[in-house]
Design a protein around this ligand. Structure first.
Ligand code: MN
Length: 136
């Protein structure tokens, strides 16, 4: 099975470093590279990559929104109370203010997206292994 390791490690945007700052809010390993460092821009634009099985905790974007531009591998996006959506390169996801959700890799593939984020994060509980493992 192709876990997309090579294409994500050598993707269009630099994969960046192990995301130590947010590790407490993620399950598994993720990598982060800030792509815009301009004080006149009030959104963050980041390349975020996940190892197979890695995902964010459930979280909410407040006073803003998030746009995910999927750039590599295979992943999941789920809003609370909705079925998980499988994501592929080229997919675009918009998360509105106040919506509880998570995103991350599939069990067997790395996953990468550009995240454009305005506002603040509220970090919630991890996505349980039982819920995650039930996804196919
Ligand atoms: Mn999010």
């Amino acid at each position: 099975m192709n876990n997309h390791e090579n294409s994500i490690k050598h993707g269009l945007f630099n994969m960046g470093d192990l995301n130590v700052a947010l590790q407490q809010y993620f399950t598994g390993n993720s990598y982060h590279q800030s792509l815009v460092k301009d004080p006149q821009v009030n959104v963050t634009v980041s390349n975020v990559s996940f190892e197979p099985g890695a995902r964010t905790n459930w979280h909410i974007h407040h006073d803003g929104y998030q746009i995910l531009l999927v750039t590599g591998g295979e992943g999941w996006y789920q809003e609370a109370g909705q079925p998980a959506q499988r994501l592929h390169p080229g997919d675009v996801v918009v998360t509105h203010d106040g919506v509880k959700h998570w995103h991350g890799a599939t069990k067997n593939s790395r996953f990468s997206h550009i995240a454009i984020t305005a506002g603040t994060h509220e970090w919630l509980e991890p996505v349980s292994d039982a819920d995650y493992q039930s996804l196919d």
